[in-house]
Design a protein around this ligand. Structure first.
Ligand SMILES: Cc1cc2nc3c(=O)[nH]c(=O)nc-3n(C[C@H](O)[C@H](O)[C@H](O)COP(=O)(O)OP(=O)(O)OC[C@H]3O[C@@H](n4cnc5c(N)ncnc54)[C@H](O)[C@@H]3O)c2cc1C
Ligand SMILES: NC(=O)c1ccc[n+]([C@@H]2O[C@H](COP(=O)([O-])OP(=O)(O)OC[C@H]3O[C@@H](n4cnc5c(N)ncnc54)[C@H](OP(=O)(O)O)[C@@H]3O)[C@@H](O)[C@H]2O)c1
Length: 459
């Protein structure tokens, strides 16, 4: 094994960053992890000092704990199937303590700028005024914090007297108390916030431009995403799984139209899953009134696409998030309209020394996938895995993008979708192939160690 490994800057210590940090720590890859916040856990830290968390007081996970936990660190046995955000944040903090790499994280240190020099070494500038140099940059800065407002803005949104916020700015029920609230969207934020509103607002309207299949958290008596069912088998073709789930949904939930919701214009699995154990109940109780898309915001009223109007005090736009890398120059790496082409959602085909972690939206939870990506990255940086040649990577990316385009409803929310079990299965195969490539190349380091001599690292 090579004596000197490349030095790594890892950006972010959310659930993805800590999974990478653990792998690098265990495999002896020298790294510094930069974290804006005073603690780990990212999105799951309610009221996070980084001001980037989109968590609200009532938030519970919607992927079950067994799907979400890291493979070698189970969640505490007394956790429920769908724990509260406070339990999830505590779990991530205990993961870092348990594996003993907290001292490798530089807290309250945001990365402001990263630039590749002519010598191939990256210069990184922090918001604490430091300038540091690294051989490789791993990005785990999260993709659910940069608000995507309706595009274009609704007519009247600049003159209305109705308050307008994004789901990211929704923190607790006090924002809804005694008000007439319109929630826009059919994703998971819209479901949770509409349910909160249904208990605290005087009127709750759920507006949508498209229907969604709402999946309950349980099917039978077990979490819907449990690993021992047909959907979790990567060898069964998607269309068969889709038909089986559609049948189960028809039996257990029925038609969305029967709850007053728009009929989905797609089948299950062709949009990011909307999971809610409570919204259908609140619709059935008449506590939430479904509406089509917003058409116009008047001074004190919201007008919908069907011409109906309701008085309103607050509109909550649950319209999703942008993928952003504010520390890269746009002509280096960017994700316009959430598009970024990466080999298996990790490696940039043009930059062998920049990689991403957790930049995916699984049908299933992100954490075990980030864990597998972390192990993959550690193997890569140690020369134990080699990437395919660039044309092969590009062909793989193109095939993947084409499959996503064919399967998913066209939307900026569907640019980094993966199926949990299929992704892990394919990654296992790719790691084997890349291990063989590395062996044939004599385990040469794909990223040379150049920066180390110039600065102390914590390895
Ligand atoms: C409301 C909500 C509920 C969700 N529920 C689920 C769920 O049930 N299951 C699931 O799998 N996923 C869920 N998600 C998706 C969510 O993205 C993941 O749960 C998880 O937070 C991803 O972790 P991450 O580490 O990639 O990103 P984040 O949790 O966003 O962490 C990113 C970290 O990077 C740090 N950072 C960012 N930029 C910089 C910088 N420039 N310098 C230094 N540090 C930086 C941040 O401070 C933060 O700590 C949910 C998302 C939202 C918005
Ligand atoms: N409890 C939980 O665990 C939980 C809670 C909240 C969020 N999350 C996760 O957080 C992530 C983000 O979820 P999200 O719900 O905030 O965003 P999202 O999944 O991106 O959903 C955005 C919704 O807004 C709609 N929309 C976007 N632009 C619109 C416009 N201009 N006009 C009308 N509708 C518009 C989209 O419709 P189209 O489909 O037509 O684009 C979609 O219904 C997801 O991964 C989600 O699973 C999880």
């Amino acid at each position: 094994m090579p004596a000197q490994l490349p030095t790594v800057a890892l950006i972010g210590a959310g659930s993805s960053g800590i999974a990478v940090a653990k792998a690098l720590h265990e495999r002896g890859v020298p790294f510094d992890c930069f974290e804006k916040s005073d603690r780990v856990g990212g999105n799951w830290v309610f009221g996070n000092s980084n001001a980037m968390s989109s968590a609200y007081r009532s938030l519970h996970i919607n992927t079950s704990r067994k799907r979400m936990e890291y493979t070698d660190f189970p969640m505490p046995a007394d956790y429920p199937d769908f724990p509260h955000h406070s339990q999830i944040a505590a779990y991530f903090a205990s993961y870092v303590e348990h594996f003993g790499f907290r001292d490798r994280i530089r807290f309250e240190t945001g990365v402001d700028h990263v630039e590749r020099g002519e010598d191939g070494v990256y210069t990184l500038r922090t918001d604490t005024g430091e300038t540091l140099r690294y051989d490789a940059v791993l990005v785990a800065n999260g993709h659910h914090w940069d608000m995507r407002w309706p595009e274009p803005a609704f007519p009247g949104s600049d003159t209305t007297r109705i308050e307008q916020i994004h789901a990211h700015q929704y923190k607790d029920e006090s924002q809804l108390d005694g008000r007439r609230v319109v929630v826009l969207g059919m994703g998971n934020s819209a479901m949770d916030i509409a349910v909160d509103a249904s208990y605290h607002a005087t009127e709750t309207y759920l507006a949508a431009r498209r229907g969604a299949w709402i999946i309950p958290k349980y099917m039978g008596s077990k979490p819907v995403d449990r690993g021992d069912q047909i959907f979790a088998n990567p060898r069964i073709p998607f269309r068969i799984k889709q038909a089986a789930l559609m049948l189960a949904l028809r039996q257990q939930v029925g038609k969305m139209e029967d709850y007053g919701l728009p009929k989905p214009d797609h089948k299950f699995g062709e949009a990011h899953p909307t999971i809610s154990g409570r919204i259908l109940d609140r619709l059935a109780h008449g506590a939430i009134t479904p509406k089509p898309n917003i058409a116009h915001l008047h001074e004190h009223e919201v007008e919908f696409a069907d011409g109906t109007r309701v008085p309103a005090d607050l509109v909550v736009y649950c319209t999703g998030y942008k993928i952003s890398f504010p520390f890269f120059d746009e002509d280096f790496i960017a994700a316009p309209d959430n598009h970024i082409e990466l080999f298996r959602r990790v490696f940039h085909p043009d930059h062998s020394d920049v990689a991403f972690c957790g930049l995916l939206q699984p049908l299933g939870a992100i954490m075990p996938l980030a864990e597998a990506q972390g192990q993959w990255l550690a193997a890569y940086l140690r020369g134990e895995y080699h990437l395919p040649a660039r044309p092969e990577m590009l062909a793989d990316i193109r095939a993947d993008q084409e499959a996503m385009r064919k399967r998913y409803v066209s939307s900026k929310r569907h640019t980094v979708q993966v199926d949990f079990d299929e992704y892990l299965y394919a990654l296992g195969k790719e790691r084997k192939a890349g291990g063989e490539r590395a062996r044939l190349a004599g385990f040469a380091l794909p990223v040379p160690a150049r920066a180390r001599a110039e600065q102390p690292t914590t390895a």
